[in-house]
Design a protein around this ligand. Structure first.
Ligand SMILES: CC(C)(COP(=O)(O)OP(=O)(O)OC[C@H]1O[C@@H](n2cnc3c(N)ncnc32)[C@H](O)[C@@H]1OP(=O)(O)O)[C@@H](O)C(=O)NCCC(=O)NCCS
Length: 153
């Protein structure tokens, strides 16, 4: 069992470790500690009953009425318990509360996001600004990520 909640200061180093470890096997962009501190309010975490941080996910506002789900990771031993889906759900709920119109994700696990209601979208439909982070991606420029979008209003 785990609880989904907003991240707090004491979670930063755990979030950093979880993301760092997942970048070795999955398409998750590495994030320096400084980026996690400055974007801490973007993050949700999954905290297990024994107080361990077993997952994280961030909702980053990108542009007018547009936000991105990013840095989604559940540690291998906690997978398959719906925590990934619940953290994305928490991001969507927050996006609704903020009055955001569209939430997108760049992903190579489209089936996971399709189950949650995201649909494949045209890369060109997303503003240029969001591609700035691609330069930090180990796959750049041979990207195989699929842009997916959920329309909220
Ligand atoms: C992707 C990830 C966050 C899923 O976390 P999780 O907690 O195990 O997923 P959930 O238990 O919430 O799964 C929800 C549903 O998605 C499905 N699913 C889970 N991982 C999936 C995957 N990699 N591909 C397709 N479907 C997946 C599950 O079977 C489940 O389906 P169901 O509702 O029909 O049973 C986790 O596997 C992970 O951290 N992967 C490595 C990092 C990564 O790829 N992040 C995403 C980058 S965009």
């Amino acid at each position: 069992m785990a609880t989904i909640r907003k991240a707090m200061m004491g979670d930063v180093k755990h979030i950093h470790t979880i993301i760092k470890e997942s970048t070795q096997n999955a398409m998750v962009l590495p994030r320096p500690l400084s980026s996690i501190y400055s974007h801490l309010r973007d993050f949700f975490v999954a905290e297990s009953n024994d107080g361990k941080i077993v997952g994280c996910c961030a909702l980053a506002i990108s542009w007018d009425c547009l936000a991105e789900v990013r840095s989604l990771v559940v540690v291998p031993e906690a997978r398959g318990a719906n925590l990934g889906a619940e953290m994305v759900g928490a991001c969507i709920q927050e996006a609704r509360e903020l009055g955001i119109c569209d939430v997108f994700v760049l992903t190579n696990i489209e089936k996971f996001f399709a189950k949650l209601g995201f649909e494949e979208t045209d890369k060109n439909a997303l503003p240029q600004k969001i591609w700035a982070d691609c330069i930090n991606c180990p796959q750049f420029p041979d990207c195989d990520e699929i842009p997916m979008n959920m329309k909220l209003k």
